[in-house]
Design a protein around this ligand. Structure first.
Ligand SMILES: Nc1ncnc2c1ncn2[C@@H]1O[C@H](COP(=O)(O)OP(=O)(O)OP(=O)(O)O)[C@@H](O)[C@H]1O
Ligand SMILES: [Mg+2]
Length: 256
């Protein structure tokens, strides 16, 4: 199914999720948002990871905000009141901090716990895209994100074991589809691709054998991404012509 059908003048809500750590979720959230902004789309980033890597990657200090995604989800404060500007024109962020780790536990005793984020998002003003950066886990936070989303973008590191580890995440998406969000659409993005290596090419072929719904664009492995994190910027802000920046721009174009 073509995800563009969801986009008809509305908001496309995308969760970036994979329970495996360090596969490029946060990098994808930030660089995809910056690329969409260059294509004149308004984007809200939601940092749903207690590690707050996305908040930090935009150059913000997670501990400098009295209100964040956690206080909003727990106290019912509108998300619009905790939204912060970023250094990227047309991109805003709802920051996270370590307090969010309590959410998993506190929700156990709450009714409709899977729908907390979805209900909060419904009260937000219009954005063309909302991008939710999930933690590397299959718990309540990720279930809330998937329940609220039109699409889950799953970054897959171009390594054999990373491809094999996807089954548990696929099972969670199926569970969400059955129980809280039948319309969710899943699409895979191959990341950290080492061009010219036999292994990466074999993994890419295997990924296409296993899944039909894969972005045509592949994200190259390049040290420029960690460098950009250190600067608190998206790569496209620092080096718009870099291969990694161009790749995320191509992913954004596939989405529009
Ligand atoms: N294409 C890439 N090439 C090289 N390094 C990359 C690439 N994408 C991400 N990285 C680096 O790999 C590390 C992990 O990336 P990132 O934080 O995006 O992963 P993650 O899936 O969000 O991790 P976590 O599971 O901890 O949230 C970071 O240092 C990041 O800068
Ligand atoms: Mg992350």
């Amino acid at each position: 199914m073509d995800i563009r059908i969801y986009c008809k003048g509305g908001t496309l809500i995308i969760s970036i999720s994979n329970h495996k750590g360090g596969v490029g979720k946060t990098t994808t959230a930030l660089n995809l948002a910056a690329s969409l902004a260059i294509l004149k789309k308004s984007v809200l980033l939601i940092d749903l990871d207690p590690q707050a890597s996305l908040t930090i990657s935009t150059g913000l200090n997670p501990d400098s905000f009295q209100e964040n995604v956690y206080t909003s989800l727990v106290n019912g404060k509108p998300l619009s009141l905790v939204t912060q500007a970023t250094s990227i024109d047309k991109v805003s962020i709802i920051p996270s901090n370590i307090d969010l780790s309590a959410f998993e536990v506190e929700l156990q005793t709450t009714l409709s716990r899977e729908f907390k984020l979805k209900h909060a998002i419904q009260k937000l003003p219009h954005y063309d895209f909302i991008i939710i950066d999930c933690p590397p886990a299959l718990g309540n936070l990720t279930i809330n994100a998937l329940t609220a989303s039109d699409m889950v973008l799953v970054p897959v590191q171009a390594e054999y074991l990373a491809l094999r580890a996807l089954q548990k995440h696929n099972d969670l998406v199926d569970l969400v589809k059955k129980n809280t969000n039948p319309k969710i659409h899943c699409k895979y993005l191959v990341t950290m691709f080492s061009k010219g290596t036999l292994h990466a090419n074999e993994v890419l072929t295997e990924a296409h054998n296993l899944y039909k719904n894969i972005f045509k664009t592949v994200i190259p492995r390049t040290i420029k991404f960690p460098d950009a994190v250190t600067a608190g910027k998206a790569l496209i802000q620092l080096m718009p012509a870099a291969s990694g920046a161009e790749a995320y721009k191509a992913v954004a174009k596939e989405l529009i």
